[in-house]
Design a protein around this ligand. Structure first.
Ligand code: GDP
Ligand code: MN
Length: 397
């Protein structure tokens, strides 16, 4: 589950990581109140208004702006709230902004060279260990840094038995070229950042930029946090941070129906049981000259109700030109699934305008084929993987 910048900063702050202070606002009036409050607390006269959407690169899209007085706070908040923010990480339609974070300006006037660093904590899948990735080249795309100056990216692998050790945090501060007070602040920052990542069961913490102010404070100016969904049951308070307005509506619906569904760009809808078979099926579709329109795992119990729900999800996507159902009947018998398909088809009848190819393999596969073939519905059955691929190819050509 992804979080908004302000939510990520709340978590960071609760673990003692220094963050740029901010208050969320949903209207220009609230933004002005937030700015006044921040001025009382921090003494800042300037504020930064930041769009809160689940996408990075907001600065480039006009979603992060500096306001030098309360009138500008009101104007800028008015512009950003309600806009469809387009950034390099959104679709071309952009993301609707429902709220802004009004922040203290931490780039002090007169401080011409604020130091910006990049820092993230994530799982290194190759080693199975968490790692800290960081760079003195912050504030810009880390992908660009990785392409052009890979030697400017450093990593620190964390041993799960010990967690992060102080010498590692000192090495980070050293590689970032810090000394004196800033060095000590960075060591503290790194230690608490890792603790926050670890204790919140996250899969990603990305802070870009981490800022060194001219008076040697180290602050998280941005935050991108992904929590591990499988560990969310341990964090009731984080569950409430979910903002479904930011998620794909079809994926939200699928989750509620207990189906794993990921929307893709292609033209062949697939309905499969088991994630491995789903991936193999997507390959099969590609070999047949199509592109998968989705990943959909209906799980172990492919009964009529779930099959119908899965049909509904796939049919919402008007790019779909054919549907391939590929089910392996192990515990769930193929004839039961076939009955489910026929029943669901009858219920949805007139909504289904695309050809359907069903491949059922495993327990009672032949019986299932007979059921489909004798149903009188416009459904093609196949038993072999290749046969299914050929039929997909035929309907697409
Ligand atoms: P992103 O574009 O979505 O990654 O959003 P960020 O939170 O990283 O902000 C984008 C850029 O806005 C940063 O790289 C900074 O250069 C700038 N910015 C953020 N906070 C402040 C601030 O307090 N003052 C000023 N002047 N600029 C800021
Ligand atoms: Mn950023």
């Amino acid at each position: 589950m992804n979080l908004h910048e302000y939510q990520g900063k709340e978590i960071l702050s609760s673990f003692g990581v220094n963050v740029q202070r901010g208050i969320v606002a949903t209207t220009p009036e609230e933004a002005v109140d937030a700015a006044k409050k921040l001025t009382e607390e921090t003494g800042t006269g300037w504020h930064v208004i930041k769009a809160q959407v689940h996408a990075g690169g907001r600065g480039k899209g006009g979603g992060v702006k500096l306001a030098k007085n309360l009138k500008e706070v009101e104007e800028i908040a008015g512009e950003i709230i309600g806009m469809d923010l387009v950034t390099p990480q959104t679709s071309k339609e952009g993301k609707r902004v429902h709220q802004v974070l009004v922040c203290e300006d931490v780039y002090y006037p007169g401080d011409n060279e604020p130091e910006e660093y990049y820092m993230s904590v994530l799982l290194n899948r190759a080693t199975g260990r968490n790692m800290l990735m960081y760079s003195p080249e912050g504030g810009m795309d880390i992908e660009t840094v990785a392409d052009e100056t890979p030697d400017k990216i450093f990593t620190e692998e964390i041993d799960p038995a010990t967690g992060i050790l102080p010498f590692q945090a000192r090495r980070v501060a050293f590689n970032l070229g810090l000394s004196g007070k800033a060095f000590k602040e960075m060591v503290k920052f790194v230690m608490s950042l890792y603790t926050a990542y670890d204790k919140s069961d996250s899969s990603l913490f990305e802070i870009n930029p981490v800022l060194k102010t001219s008076d040697d404070k180290i602050l998280a100016v941005d935050s991108k946090v992904s929590l591990d969904d499988s560990a969310l049951f341990r964090h009731k308070d984080y569950q409430e941070m979910r903002d479904i307005r930011e998620e794909d509506p079809t994926e939200v619906e699928a989750k509620e129906a207990g189906l794993s569904y990921v929307n893709l760009d292609g033209n062949v809808g697939c309905m499969v049981n088991g994630a491995g078979l789903a991936m193999a099926t997507m390959d099969l579709i590609k070999f047949a000259g199509g592109e998968p329109a989705n990943f959909l795992d209906v799980g172990g119990t492919a009964d009529a109700k779930r099959v119908e729900e899965a049909f509904r999800l796939i049919l919402k996507d008007d790019k779909v030109e054919a549907i391939l159902i590929n089910i392996f009947g192990g515990i769930v018998r193929c004839d039961r699934v076939a009955e489910g398909v026929v029943e669901a088809y009858k219920n949805l009848g007139d909504q289904i305008k695309v050809p359907i190819i069903v491949r059922l393999q495993g327990t009672n596969a032949e019986m299932a084929k007979e059921l489909i073939d004798n149903s009188g519905l416009a459904v093609e059955s196949a038993v072999l993987f290749q046969e299914a691929a050929d039929k997909v190819q035929k309907v697409l050509s």
